[in-house]
Design a protein around this ligand. Structure first.
Ligand SMILES: Cc1cc2nc3c(=O)[nH]c(=O)nc-3n(C[C@H](O)[C@H](O)[C@H](O)COP(=O)(O)OP(=O)(O)OC[C@H]3O[C@@H](n4cnc5c(N)ncnc54)[C@H](O)[C@@H]3O)c2cc1C
Length: 503
């Protein structure tokens, strides 16, 4: 791709809409693959990583399926299906390798500012759940990806692992947990800001306070964007050969404006989130793990409650949640009209079908929304039996827009994963959905690249392998490579030297 068209008008090779973790990751990969390409970023807010990618707006879990029970479902015959857990773990290894490459090549520094080691644990109560957890452990423990996982239903052992959660717990509580020390807490906000800073250093033009208002095709197969400078009110036009719509919750509206057939019959359903944050450092000090529980009946998979040690601005804190809720906004900084304006003639039936089918979810979200602080603390008491209302504050998390689309399972089916939508000619791509989210940004952005630049893949392969040694192979089937990758990433990202200390 060149930068000048015949008539001398400047045209960018790549425009990235939004400065969240997804655009930042895609821009970074592309800049490494083809440094000569010209890239511009337009971000509505005045900084990078202020929406879902911000450290206070998500749970910061490096999702590797080490503790999330919803990635290992129990089959009708009682066996545990671990295929989803394997996929997510493999995807996280891709992120870890890419981040290591960036650190090794000094494109970003101080890994401790964005990634910390923290044990990942699953905790369940009640006999049936304990049985399930034991079976899950048996299914995972010999898999090289889950090496080092431990199981215990012994109160004494659990007291060592999770003293805060075991204190004042009734002796007859049937409880079990698994623990694996290779888990991480990732500050995706800090990482996004580092990546965007690196891009700016590499002459990527990053325009903050610039909101993309419209997008339309140009006669030469590219795209023209109408961009509003939100400070001055000026409207600018910018052209590009390739556009990535990485606007998070804002992506659906922009995708709809492209008019591409792939954008039709898709809707979005916003789910809001809240966390409880502990305001007493002496309590936060007593816990050292991310502990995931089991989702309540009727709850969507992303609202599994968890008690998390977090490292935000190098300070240890303790968060519990997320509590789901309903808000018609698609972005935390969005508008109450977002949901209504996303309904179009081509997706109205899809949306209505989903509405009829998802009554249980709607009811659940509304109930969640109505919870008082005392009721939220009551849920926290499943984790910390003696939790006190005054020790916790409420923080509002980011919005997640779940994709609604027609699938073989029926019209208007709610999706919980991420979806990459691309035009047939690969000139525009959008990312919708939010799970497993930021942790798998590198894998997802590689999908965008493969779909949109198929001709270049052969030439790019050596560089991709340099950045991601396991590129194109399954680590599970290559235990030696997996071991090397684990060692390399732990060392480069400083995870081994910052091994967890128990209280
Ligand atoms: C409560 C909650 C908990 C989560 N927990 C985790 C977790 O533990 N681990 C994990 O890996 N993931 C988690 N996620 C998911 C993760 O946060 C997201 O998948 C990820 O941050 C999405 O990144 P993004 O770049 O697509 O979007 P964002 O970070 O939202 O970025 C989009 C950007 O686009 C900008 N924008 C929007 N519209 C426009 C426009 N018209 N013009 C210009 N700019 C625009 C926005 O201002 C924003 O900066 C969680 C999400 C939530 C909400």
């Amino acid at each position: 791709m060149g930068n000048m068209s015949n008539n001398g008008e400047t045209k960018t090779d790549v425009i990235l809409i939004g400065a969240g973790i997804m655009s930042a990751t895609l821009g970074t990969i592309l800049k490494e693959l083809v440094p000569e390409w010209n890239i511009k970023v337009f971000e509505k807010l005045d900084q990078a990583g202020e929406e879902s990618s911000n450290e206070w707006n998500n749970a910061g879990t490096g999702h590797a399926a080490l503790c999330e029970l919803n990635y290992t479902s129990e089959q009708a015959d009682g066996s545990i299906n671990i295929s989803k857990a394997i996929n997510i773990n493999e995807q996280f290894q891709v992120s870890m390798q890419f981040w290591s490459y960036l650190v090794n090549n000094k494109l970003i520094d101080n890994p401790k500012d964005f990634i910390m080691p923290i044990p990942h644990m699953s905790m369940v109560r009640g006999e049936d759940n304990v049985k399930f957890l034991k079976k899950r452990y048996e299914a995972l423990k010999d898999n090289p990806l889950f090496k080092g996982m431990e199981f215990s239903d012994d109160a004494q052992k659990l007291k060592e692992w999770i003293p805060l959660m075991m204190k004042d717990r009734p002796a007859d509580d049937v409880i079990a947990a698994t623990k694996i020390d290779t888990g991480t807490d990732v500050n995706f906000g800090a990482l996004t800001r580092m990546l965007m800073k690196n891009l700016e250093k590499q002459n990527v033009e990053v325009n903050y306070n610039h909101s993309v208002e419209n997008i339309k095709r140009t006669s030469d197969g590219g795209w023209e964007l109408k961009v509003k400078n939100v400070l001055s009110g000026n409207v600018e036009q910018h052209k590009a050969k390739f556009v990535f719509i990485g606007a998070g919750g804002g992506s659906l509206h922009i995708l709809q404006k492209t008019g591409i057939p792939e954008s039709k019959h898709i809707g979005g359903f916003p789910v809001s989130g809240l966390f409880l944050v502990c305001n007493k450092p002496e309590i936060a000090e007593k816990h050292h793990a991310k502990v995931y529980g089991k989702a309540a009946v009727g709850a969507p998979p992303m609202s599994v409650p968890h008690l998390d040690t977090r490292y935000i601005n190098n300070k240890k804190s303790l968060l519990f949640g997320p509590f789901a809720g309903f808000s018609p906004k698609f972005l935390k900084t969005g508008s109450n009209m977002d949901l209504i304006t996303s309904v179009k003639p081509n997706n109205v039936f899809t949306m209505l079908a989903a509405g009829a089918k998802e009554m249980a979810l709607t009811k659940y979200l509304i109930q969640q929304l109505m919870l008082s602080k005392e009721q939220r603390i009551e849920e926290l008491r499943d984790f910390i039996p003696d939790a006190k209302v005054e020790d916790w504050d409420i923080v509002v998390a980011g919005q997640r827009v779940q994709v609604i689309k027609d699938t073989p399972a029926g019209k208007g089916t709610l999706q919980f994963g991420t979806e990459v939508i691309t035009s047939e000619d690969g000139s525009v791509a959008a990312l919708l959905g939010a799970s497993p989210g930021a942790s798998t940004a590198v894998h997802v952005m590689l999908q965008v690249i493969q779909k949109c630049f198929p001709q270049e893949m052969k030439a790019w392969e050596p560089k991709l392998k340099e950045m991601i040694p396991s590129y194109g192979v399954k680590l599970m089937d290559n235990p030696k490579l997996l071991e090397d990758v684990h060692e390399l990433t732990a060392q480069t990202l400083g995870l081994s030297e910052r091994k967890p200390v128990h209280n």
